[in-house]
Design a protein around this ligand. Structure first.
Ligand code: NAD
Ligand code: ZN
Length: 656
């Protein structure tokens, strides 16, 4: 977990000083329209106060509400009922999970669009009659004529009266084409555009609008509200319904796509889906309790790419790792970042390919993983692919996006990765890459089974491991001697024997011996497995047979059968694209939801099925592609497991 307050000067301040600093900057931003520090720094200041004095009343007076007294309105005023509040914020998964524990049911997630909040009212005839700013939250400023000149705000809707709230923003392509260099940020430009005295000038800026709330109508769920807004013709901000296991994945998905979105976003907004639960939870003076923003930590820094190291993955791929000059990001020094695979590396370099000594922009994706965001200025030395494995010398070849080699059986590179993977999946704590390398060199651990033979004395023979620690580590290993079968299988690191296949095997068979004896055809006939996976899993198991039997002998592997859960599609995510013959897309979505599945609104990494019409499936097999199909394939290349199926297959699945 990242502590965003760490290594910040704020943490040294007394609570009182922190409080007055927060108040000062909040007023400077909201009332004087003249921020002195960056938003990221302001957020850190607030977090420092929250850490030191979680009960401080100043925390409930951030945002325009807290600066209310200083507000001066030039034009006419509009009262907001209910008030337009701020959002509660968090910066890590643990805090998000704590929030999730406070209610029942699922959550709707959408990007937090960084623009300006706007409120729009339609009368009983559906005419747009009032447009207003958020102002101090309870009172805003009337800007109706300007709001009418926002590109995608309907002037008339079919279903009035209604109040719609949302975020006015400037699309990044418009900003780059017309205003970059002239205005400091799309957000500031949007605020300026909406305050023009001459409404015709507002139009020139091409401000857009995302609707995220509708007031004055009963809904069962947040999701239903979004569909309703879309039906009225509003652009909705993309949203996905997720359960607890999808909370972090949604964040990772948007973080990964952040750079390619056409608007600025500073995080994600999570809202309780059930309106009944929302009403039960209510509001504080500052924010609704049923929503929370999980914010990005916008730290980025320049560095220089000096070298590429080639690391060997457990499946034998030789992957590029960038070595950069040290740069401080979100409280940690970054010197290395994975460049993932050859095609991602090539893309970074553009037409001429990646070069050493390039000036690069580094970020920590989601505030954690070091990531080379883009090349700012190319260097002078082209990156060359190694002709042999740096560890065992086996000759390399390019296979699509990856560099592969037929490694020697004792290739240190791949054995180490195998051990690392085993320790991670089996949750054998305390054995990171460094210590594993030392153990491997000392020939104390060269295969997974060796973990269970380590003694405290073995560990103490290593530098800097004292008796206490050594005993603790060995005790930790002992505790992991009774793994569930699916965990054990996945820990082997066999290609295609991931979470999904491991679970199936653990459910269907009762012993490791039985699993080792499975025939390829038998495995391939299991629904969702297929020929290629079956072939890889069987040959992987065969290859490691001795290893596996030895492990099975000393471990007590648990075969725990799960009761079938209600809902045959529980937790599975479906996306429909194109037309189907037998039912509408909406009905198909409903069907999935009724069976416990989920229906995200776009292609995401952990999507399970992308459903297309049967005719399209044929075209797809012949090489035809759409954006969605391409995106799914791209995720699959990065390790995703999105199955592209036709209508008939889908009907088969829901009849399960
Ligand atoms: N630099 C400074 O000195 C300074 C001082 C004070 C505040 N700030 C900055 O002001 C910013 C705004 O603070 P705040 O309290 O108004 O807002 P917030 O960060 O609490 O966000 C609330 C707003 O998010 C918007 N939003 C965007 N997408 C949404 C979605 N999908 N669903 C729901 N709402 C969505 C809404 O308009 C809502 O009003 C913060 O980023 C903060 O850093 C900076
Ligand atoms: Zn090798």
């Amino acid at each position: 977990m990242v502590d965003i307050t760490r290594s910040q000067p704020w943490m040294q301040l007394e609570v009182e000083d922190l409080e007055s600093a927060v108040q000062f900057h909040n007023k400077a931003y909201w009332v004087d329209n003249n921020a002195v520090i960056s938003d990221e720094d302001f957020d850190r200041l607030v977090e420092a106060l929250r850490t030191k004095a979680p009960q401080s009343p100043v925390l409930d007076a951030i945002g325009p509400e807290g600066a209310a007294e200083g507000f001066e309105f030039e034009g006419e005023k509009v009262a907001h009922d209910p008030p337009m509040l701020s959002l509660d914020k968090c910066y890590d998964e643990a805090t998000l999970l704590k929030w999730f524990g406070k209610f029942d049911g699922e959550v709707v997630v959408s990007p937090k669009v960084d623009g300006v909040a706007v409120c729009i009212r339609y009368d009983q005839n559906g005419e747009l009659v009032i447009g207003s700013t958020r102002g101090n939250g309870t009172v805003g400023e009337l800007i109706t004529e300007n709001v009418k000149r926002i590109v995608d705000v309907p002037l008339k809707i079919s279903d009035g009266p209604l109040e719609v709230r949302g975020e006015a923003y400037l699309p990044l392509d418009v900003f780059r084409a017309k205003f970059e260099g002239e205005y400091s940020s799309p957000r500031n430009l949007t605020a300026g555009a909406l305050k023009q005295k001459d409404p015709e000038k507002t139009r020139r800026f091409e401000v857009h609008f995302f609707a995220y709330d509708a007031i004055g109508r009963e809904f069962q769920s947040e999701n239903e509200k979004m569909l309703f807004l879309a039906k009225l013709g509003f652009s909705e901000v993309e949203s996905t319904v997720v359960h607890v296991d999808g909370l972090q994945a949604a964040y990772d998905d948007i973080s990964a796509r952040r750079a390619s979105l056409n608007y600025e976003t500073d995080g994600l907004v999570y809202k309780v889906n059930s309106i009944e639960e929302q009403e039960r939870m209510g509001f504080t003076a500052h924010h609704p309790r049923y929503a929370i923003a999980y914010k990005f930590q916008g730290d980025a820094g320049q560095s220089v790419l000096r070298e590429i190291h080639w690391s060997v993955s457990r499946t034998g791929a030789i992957n590029p790792v960038g070595v950069v000059d040290p740069v401080d990001l979100s409280g940690a020094t970054v010197t290395r970042c994975s460049l993932h695979n050859l095609s991602i590396m090539d893309k970074l370099g553009g037409d001429k390919g990646l070069t050493l000594n390039s000036k690069v922009l580094m970020v920590r994706r989601g505030g954690v993983i070091p990531h080379l965001e883009r090349v700012l200025e190319a260097g002078d030395i082209p990156v060359e692919l190694p002709s042999e494995c740096p560890f065992c010398g086996a000759p390399t070849r390019r296979d699509g996006d990856i560099l592969v080699a037929d490694h020697q059986p004792n290739c240190r590179g791949s054995r180490l990765k195998e051990l690392e993977h085993f320790a991670t999946v089996m949750e054998i704590k305390g054995f990171g890459p460094k210590i594993l390398e030392t153990l491997y060199e000392a020939e104390l651990v060269t295969a997974p089974v060796d973990f269970f033979a380590i003694t405290p004395e073995d560990l103490m023979s290593l530098e800097r491991v004292g008796r206490k620690l050594a005993e603790k580590l060995v005790e930790k290993i002992r505790e992991r001697r009774k793994p569930r079968a699916e965990v054990f299988l996945r820990a082997l690191g066999i290609d295609e024997l991931g979470n999904h296949v491991s679970k199936i095997l653990a459910q269907r068979y009762d012993s490791i011996e039985a699993i080792l004896d499975i025939k390829e055809e038998e495995l391939a006939s299991i629904h969702t497995i297929g020929d290629i996976i079956a072939q890889k899993v069987c040959s992987g198991l065969e290859h490691r047979r001795e290893d596996i039997l030895e492990l099975a002998d000393i471990l007590e592997i648990q075969f725990v059968k799960e009761e079938p859960k209600e809902g045959a599609l529980r937790g599975k995510k479906f996306l429909f694209t194109g037309a189907m013959e037998s039912m509408s897309r909406k009905d198909a979505q409903k069907k999935v939801q009724a069976l416990g599945g989920e229906t995200p609104s776009g292609v995401i990494k952990d999507l399970d099925y992308l459903v297309i019409g049967d005719a399209d499936l044929e075209k797809f097999k012949g090489g035809w592609r759409t954006n969605k199909l391409e995106k799914a394939e791209a995720y699959n290349r990065e390790g995703g497991d999105i199955k592209i199926i036709g209508e008939t297959d889908f009907l088969g699945l829901i009849d399960l």
